[in-house]
Design a protein around this ligand. Structure first.
Ligand code: FES
Ligand SMILES: [Fe+2]
Length: 385
């Protein structure tokens, strides 16, 4: 007889050794959010961020393209830039070697005294970047497959759901520290089995639980649902675009999600793992041109006071439980018909989490970078009629 599939063992979440392995491995080999392209809109504008323990900076070039580099001087390894700003040349604070926006060395004090020194031999170490809906993502794996491979069709779908994506800019970032492992928070985001009991506003005022489902789309988990009671929402919902009366989200493994509220309002989740025991979730809210918007502010506040607050209590309790000697991993509730009360999405997620630590299952087809070939046949959607 088939046995139910059990949840991951607690050590995957609580063991600092597993976290160290993830920093070296999965976080350095997957697409990671860097910044919104609008925050470095002009040539020479840059911003720094951290990926898998590495300091990286992204800078817009003369050609309008955003490039990302390891934040390390190619002379004797001093850090080049901090925070964000605009610069004509990147000048290292240690001995003033300079680099242009494309990472090429331009000069340095007294280098002509060195016979055979050719500045064209020196350039910053570039990191793979992709612009996705105006957001900049980086991947420390030089051989990484493009985002379209990892998250098939997500870009085209989002362009339809967020028709003004070329004009939106960040308006507000809400920072939410959670005392739990990042995977606990990501799992909580990726199932709605807990919604009816814990998210009254969300499940009675936004989504129609009977129509909620989450399906894998490559390494993306796509949430879809019809909406209800839109007239009770605290913000004015514009109905001018296709999908205006829907809610949908695209979780991009491992740490980012695009979410669209009714009225085509885009917002994002970015999980930033601090260590095995702590994660900070950055909720991003956007408006056209980054201009003040009472509707977006209201929605951000409503979200913070309801769903976010409710989830903090859940994930922190789960993490305390995972540290208990009394916990034995329980069976996942995987309904072959999928739907809101099924944890089939957790099954996908935990497989990716397990692979990230133990390596991929030998029988699975592989890409040149070693990733399991993405497919959408993980779960055949069989709705009850
Ligand atoms: S380390 Fe950067 S100029 Fe020397
Ligand atoms: Fe939740």
């Amino acid at each position: 007889m088939n046995q139910p599939i059990r949840s991951l063992e607690a050590r995957y979440y609580t063991d600092p050794g597993v976290f160290a392995q993830e920093c070296e491995g999965v976080l350095a080999r997957t697409w990671q959010f860097a910044c919104h392209g609008g925050s470095i809109g002009k040539p020479g504008e840059y911003t720094t961020f951290e990926i898998a323990g590495e300091s990286i900076f992204a800078i817009r070039g003369r050609d309008g393209k955003v490039r990302a580099f390891y934040n390390v001087c190619q002379h004797r390894a001093h850090q080049l830039v901090q925070g964000a700003g605009r610069t004509k040349l990147i000048t290292c604070p240690y001995h003033a070697w300079t680099y242009d926006w494309e990472g090429k060395m331009k000069g340095g004090p007294n280098i002509r005294a060195v016979a055979g020194f050719d500045t064209s031999d020196v350039c910053l170490t570039e990191v793979r970047t992709e612009e996705f809906l105006g957001f900049i993502f980086v991947n420390l794996d030089e051989d990484a497959e493009p985002m379209e491979f990892w998250y098939p069709n997500a870009r085209a779908q989002l362009e339809e759901w967020v028709p003004n994506y070329k004009h939106i800019r960040p308006l507000e970032w809400v920072e939410i520290p959670e005392r739990c492992n990042w995977k606990v928070s990501v799992e909580n985001y990726s199932e709605c089995y807990h919604c009816m009991l814990n998210h009254h506003t969300f499940s009675t005022g936004v989504v129609q639980p009977a129509t909620y489902d989450i399906q894998p789309q490559g390494y993306c988990l796509r949430h879809t649902t019809e909406c209800q009671n839109l007239d009770k929402m605290t913000y004015e919902i514009h109905s001018g675009f296709k999908h205006w009366d829907e809610y949908s989200s695209w979780f991009l493994w491992p740490m980012f999600s695009f979410q669209v509220y009714p009225g085509n309002v885009l917002n994002t989740y970015h999980w930033r793992a601090i260590n095995a025991d702590n994660v900070v979730v950055w909720r991003g809210w956007y408006s056209v041109g980054g201009e003040e918007s009472a509707a977006v502010r209201k929605l951000a506040l409503q979200d913070r006071e309801t769903t976010v607050e409710e989830d903090i209590r859940l994930v922190e309790s789960v993490y305390r439980g995972l540290k208990s000697r009394g916990y034995r991993p329980g069976p996942l509730v995987v309904d072959p018909a999928c739907g809101v009360n099924s944890e089939h999405s957790i099954l996908s997620l935990q497989r990716w989490m397990r692979e990230a630590v133990d390596g991929p299952c030998a029988s699975e087809p592989r890409t040149r970078s070693g990733a399991r070939r993405a497919d959408s046949s993980d779960f055949t959607k069989r709705r009850r009629t």
